[in-house]
Design a protein around this ligand. Structure first.
Ligand code: DGJ
Length: 749
């Protein structure tokens, strides 16, 4: 059993293979948190919670007037409430019918069930009944009868625990939720750093490690989407934690909208972490009997560094969040015309691009922005999802057929949530755009958003998209979204309910995507929001891959993909080889390096092949063959970050789960004169087995290298590779890369 319950003492211990999590309903019926970390037995760890009076920290009335030791203000709790003596950041804040904001949650009962709970209309980790258990704990405010059901999903093999809260108004009058976080984690002892992932358009998910000091630190989004600027993912770690050692907790929010991830180090240096919907733009009225469902957070603990934490998340995302046919099926190598043509194309041009690509082994052609309505730049046409047959030279169906005749599958770009003021849709339904009557809306990319918090607008989009997807042979959709949302207001709700807009927008998005997934199960949908502006575990439930960034520069991508890999597996990271000089940075990198970096993602191309030389095309062909050959290793293998891009030479490894083969890739961000050699340890191999270590031939190695011992294959044991490692050759020029293929020769009995 993953969940062990001591009924008499009301102790709940959740066990995974390597971790344990414990809570207890104490003598005051408060649900206290006692432990999360490396696996332990079922011992009662409430002995770690010492009650002691603290000045200006109040005491429970029901505890008797003489007892000044029991205070919520420092008590580690499972779900903290605002207004009743806990002065730290809190998970739940309500407005009662009398205008007061107090809430007092007390333990009522629990239920344990086999399998993993699911959430209506929201993404959630899923599992077979034998793979998970669900613990639900009921709490209630005895005064207002507000009920909170805390749910815990435990996936023992994966070291994953999920959390969410359902809030039900069991009282007789409406209650307003002002903040309803998905989880609260209190850690009594320890001194932590936290890692957050900040960024901007074309430079997402940079890693920031900061010390937790007294006070509150937070990242979040009020932009309508999870955002380029902060990712809904964070890590709490011990001071000595690095890739391979030290304790760390990872928290990934399965939500694509506004979020807040906050920590507080309190007066006695305890750490609290809260994750949930951002409260700034949120309020939700619960009529008597109504319930509110928070989105889900998944957590993992690793006692052996960030690497293991990431691999835990990679596995759960690949196997228990991504769904449908494309979860296991090999995804096609694609070519997208965006950076090759931008808006300037015709149907014939696209067909010729597809033909060129087909000859090199590329399998899917994606027609990006500009194929519909009046859309020759980004100022008009959004919302008019009718093919521009004049530009395409034929119907969409015929274009798809022509691409198929070139031996390629056909994919198409949409931005279903956007609307241009200069569009027929806006002229017909100006009230469908998100804006506030009587005010000038803020424009971004000269566009507005469609109010998909409304069901009629969702239904319109569903109808339009289904019609297009049914009329042409389309097997892939790139689902883009190109602005942050403001001027939030919906005609679908009255003034008292406007605080529901942002969350309802996300629920609308999920409903549309769910409908498409059901109607077109063969469709591969790639998420996108100006690159990685909505790269979160929530979206991955609907779209198994997401365009990682609008920055296609191989060197820029080293940082972006490294930061992204802290939570998300390479099988989710859209990555393409593009032309040089790179369109975002002007950098000129070798084609080989561009290929190797894009292969640490879903892999594809985004350029006009007709402008390449024959030698370059041969190299593309080799890359595509190589990727297909090693697809399983790259996409399903275990991922190790061996050296950070910040060290000038970025190195990563894929190794299959059984330790039979590994691929190590190294990319230099710049050349250093007469540089020291780089040594990396190879992980995940069988210590007693013997391997061939092959340095793959580079298109541009210099004669010195060919004669060096580095160029020769070596035979080494897994143990030697893990303990002593391999030497990465230096860079003879900027942006050079190297790749080692390591394969099992023989296994010792
Ligand atoms: C932003 C995307 O990230 C790009 O790849 C491209 O699809 C453009 N939008 C098209 O407008």
């Amino acid at each position: 059993m993953a969940v062990s319950i001591d009924r008499e003492n009301r102790i709940f211990t959740l066990h995974t293979k390597n971790t344990s999590y414990q809570m207890k309903a104490d003598e005051m019926d408060v649900l206290i948190h006692t432990y999360y970390g490396a696996r332990i037995d079922d011992s009662d760890l409430s002995q770690l919670v010492i009650h002691c009076g603290r000045g200006f920290s109040g005491n429970l009335y029901e505890n008797g007037k003489g007892d000044r030791n029991y205070t919520l203000d420092v008590l580690p709790q499972e779900y903290s409430c605002f207004g009743t003596g806990d002065y730290r950041i809190t998970a739940l804040r309500v407005k009662n019918p009398d205008g007061s904001q107090a809430c007092t949650l007390r333990y009522k009962k629990y239920e344990l069930s086999q399998g993993k709970y699911s959430l209506d209309g929201l993404p959630a980790v899923y599992a077979d009944p034998g793979e998970a258990e669900t613990l639900s704990i009921w709490m209630e405010d005895p005064f207002s009868h507000l009920e909170v059901i805390l749910r815990y999903g435990v996936l023992p093999e994966l070291d994953i625990i999920t959390r969410e809260a359902e809030i039900v108004n069991r009282g007789g009058s409406p209650v307003v939720l002002k903040k309803a976080a998905s989880m609260n984690l209190d850690i009594q002892y320890g001194d932590f750093d936290w890692l957050t992932f900040h960024g901007r358009h074309t430079m997402e998910r940079n890693i920031q490690r900061t010390e937790l000091e007294h006070g509150v630190q937070a990242v979040g989004s009020v932009r309508g989407t999870s955002s380029h600027h902060y990712n809904p993912f964070a890590v709490l770690c011990e001071k000595n934690t690095d890739e391979d050692k030290g304790g760390c907790y990872g928290f990934s929010f399965l939500y694509s909208g506004e979020f807040l991830l906050e920590t507080e180090k309190d007066q006695i240096s305890q750490t609290r972490l809260i994750c949930g919907i951002h409260p700034d733009d949120f309020s939700w009225t619960l009529e008597p009997g109504e319930a509110f469902q928070t989105p889900e957070v998944m957590m993992t603990y690793s006692g052996s560094g960030f690497g293991q934490m990431s691999r835990n998340f990679h596995k759960v995302i690949r196997e228990h969040i991504c769904r449908g046919e494309w979860k296991k099926k090999r995804r096609p190598v694609l070519i997208n015309n965006w950076e090759g043509t931008y808006f300037n194309f015709t149907g014939d041009k696209l067909v010729s691009m597809a033909k060129d690509a087909g000859k090199l082994g590329i399998e899917l052609f994606v027609m990006d922005d500009g194929w519909f309505g009046k859309r020759d730049d980004d100022n008009s046409g959004l919302g008019d999802w009718f093919p521009n047959e004049k530009k395409l030279g034929c119907t969409l169906k015929r274009l798809g057929e022509r691409i198929n005749e070139a031996g390629m599958q056909f994919g198409i770009w949409f931005e279903p949530e956007g609307i241009s003021e200069d569009s027929d849709l806006f002229r017909a339904h100006p009230d469908w755009a998100v804006r506030i009557d009587g005010r000038r809306p803020d424009l971004s990319r000269n566009q507005l958003m469609l109010d998909i918090s409304r069901k009629d607008v969702q239904d319109y989009i569903i109808e339009r998209l289904c019609s297009i997807l049914s009329e042409a042979p389309i097997t892939y959709v790139k689902w883009d979204m190109n602005r942050s949302i403001c001027d939030k207001y919906t005609k679908g709700l009255d003034a008292d309910h406007q605080g529901e807009f942002s969350h309802r927008f996300v629920l609308g998005l999920y409903r549309i995507l769910e409908t498409l997934n059901r109607r077109f199960p063969y469709l591969l949908i790639e998420g996108c929001s100006g690159g990685g502006g909505r790269f979160d575990a929530g979206m991955l439930y609907y779209t198994p891959q997401i365009w990682c960034s609008d920055n296609t520069d191989a060197i820029g991508r080293l940082d972006i993909q490294c930061g992204t890999s802290f939570c998300y597996p390479v099988s989710t990271m859209g990555a393409h080889v593009s032309a040089v000089p790179n369109h975002q940075t002007g950098r000129v990198t070798p084609l080989q390096t561009r290929g190797r970096v894009a292969m640490a993602g879903t892999f594809g191309y985004e350029l006009d092949l007709s402008s390449m030389t024959e030698e370059e095309k041969e190299e593309v062909k080799r890359q595509v063959e190589f990727f297909k050959k090693h697809y399983d290793l790259i996409q399903y293998g275990e991922y190790y970050r061996l050296r950070s891009p910040k060290e000038g030479c970025s190195v990563w490894e894929f190794v299959d789960e059984e330790g039979k083969e590994a691929l190590v890739t190294a990319v230099y961000s710049y050349v250093i004169s007469n540089s020291p050699f780089v040594n990396v340890k190879v992980h995940g191999l069988k210590p007693d087995a013997v391997y061939r270590v092959q340095l793959l031939k580079n298109e541009d190695t210099d004669p010195w290298f060919e004669q060096s011992e580095l160029a020769r294959d070596r035979i080494l044991s897994g143990n030697a590779l893990e303990q002593a490692g391999i030497v990465i050759p230096g860079a003879g020029k900027d942006y050079q890369s190297w790749q080692f293929y390591i394969s099992l020769l023989e296994e010792q009995e």
